[in-house]
Design a protein around this ligand. Structure first.
Ligand SMILES: NC(=O)c1ccc[n+]([C@@H]2O[C@H](COP(=O)([O-])OP(=O)(O)OC[C@H]3O[C@@H](n4cnc5c(N)ncnc54)[C@H](O)[C@@H]3O)[C@@H](O)[C@H]2O)c1
Length: 360
């Protein structure tokens, strides 16, 4: 089978993770071009990574190269128009998080998928580690009992310099603060593992950074199963940690890490004396990191089969709706139920409920 022709749009901070993922899958993909508005940056990345064609304009690249797959690594406000342009050019898309700025943009991407017959997927690399796959398997087999109590904490530190970058710190350009850009990874994992959520109650504040968006949010979530979860998303925490704790009836599963995990970052504690369940967890033989490379391999599998990739469609819409609902709850002081934000609701078109925001 011939290799997929892949192009990158955006060659800033996150490009290294994508180059690493592509390099590990060279038998399946061929990196044909990269684009960045910053000519010096894209030329330097192309020279360093051996990418044959550098462009400063995405439309020109799509027209000339006709790639099979486009990775979008630009700032959040630019994702939506670039995703639609890549779909319309006949490519599949893998866009960095946050996928888009609103449910309205998400639903327009879905319409573009239907129009073009191509799929647009977003980066949530944490779904693809072996420990998570194993946990999902045990849960699906009924070995863990019902999910009951969850703790989902993204306690990171981002200083004023981080927020001085032009596209950070506003809803129009970044889509939100640590809720929408940092905690999004762990919240997506939490919501995916525990099934549909039903209601969220939240608070958000801007305590210590000179930004429009929040620098901390806290939320309580109730799942359709009845389980309850507690969520913290912080950009203010000097000892940084990502912590997810999942208490099921028969075991607690926890991961403590920062940006990536392997099996050893997970702790599994069965209820006292359940040696059989402990052995089932310890039977985990492979150790695959939840990384861009693991997700790209799965995406290429979907392309081979011509089927919707895991983190797209309703599987990607869930976190966009949850974040819009978390902000709506925080800014209105009211609980928000899943499914209640529909066209016409201000939180359908923007994350902060503004009727219109300037494009970044
Ligand atoms: N998955 C993860 O773990 C992870 C980690 C970090 C960043 N990200 C995400 O990756 C994205 C990029 O972040 P970054 O830190 O690399 O940003 P960055 O500012 O370092 O780089 C963005 C690049 O995009 C270029 N650019 C902007 N608009 C463009 C356009 N229309 N066409 C072509 N190039 C354009 C800029 O010149 C810049 O070089 C963000 O959405 C961010 O949230 C994801």
């Amino acid at each position: 089978m011939s290799r997929y022709r892949v192009a990158l749009i955006g060659t800033g901070g996150i490009v290294g993770s994508h180059l690493e993922a592509i390099a590990a899958l060279q038998d399946r993909v061929e990196l044909v071009a990269a684009v960045d508005q910053n000519a010096a940056r894209v030329e330097a990345v192309c020279a360093q990574a051996g990418i044959p064609h550098a462009y400063t304009d995405a439309a020109a690249m799509l027209d000339a190269e006709q790639p099979d797959l486009v990775h979008i690594l630009t700032p959040p406000a630019t994702h939506f128009p670039l995703i639609v342009a890549a779909l319309d050019a006949g490519a599949w898309v893998w866009s960095e998080k946050p996928f888009c700025r609103s449910l309205a943009e998400f639903d327009a991407i879905t319409a573009a998928e239907e129009r073009t017959g191509r799929f647009a997927s977003t980066v949530f690399q944490w779904r693809f580690g072996s420990a998570v796959e194993h946990l999902r398997g045990l849960a699906a087999a009924g070995a863990l009992g019902r999910p009951l109590v969850g703790v989902c904490q993204t306690l990171w530190y981002r200083d004023a310099g981080y927020y001085a970058v032009d596209w950070r710190g506003t809803f129009a350009t970044e889509t939100g603060g640590p809720t929408a850009t940092l905690g999004i990874h762990l919240m997506d994992l939490f919501l995916w593992l525990w099934g549909e959520w039903e209601e969220v109650r939240a608070m958000a504040a801007t305590l210590d950074r000179p930004i429009e968006v929040e620098d901390v949010s806290m939320a309580l979530v109730r799942f359709a199963s009845g389980a309850l979860g507690s969520i913290v998303n912080s950009a203010l925490s000097p000892r940084q940690e990502s912590y997810l704790r999942l208490d099921y009836q028969r075991a607690t599963a926890e991961v403590k890490t920062l940006y990536r995990y392997t099996n050893k970052d997970w702790t599994f504690t069965p209820v006292a004396g359940d040696a059989e369940l402990a052995a089932a967890w310890n039977a985990l033989a492979v150790d695959r990191m939840g990384s861009h490379g693991a997700q790209l391999a799965a995406l290429l599998d979907s392309m081979d089969r011509g089927v919707r990739p895991l983190v797209s469609g309703l599987e990607a819409r869930r976190i966009v709706e949850f974040i819009a609902s978390l902000y709506k709850s925080a800014f209105t002081g009211q609980p928000v139920r899943r499914g209640s934000i529909t066209p016409g609701d201000p939180y359908y078109s923007t994350m902060n409920g503004e009727v219109s925001i300037e494009r970044g």
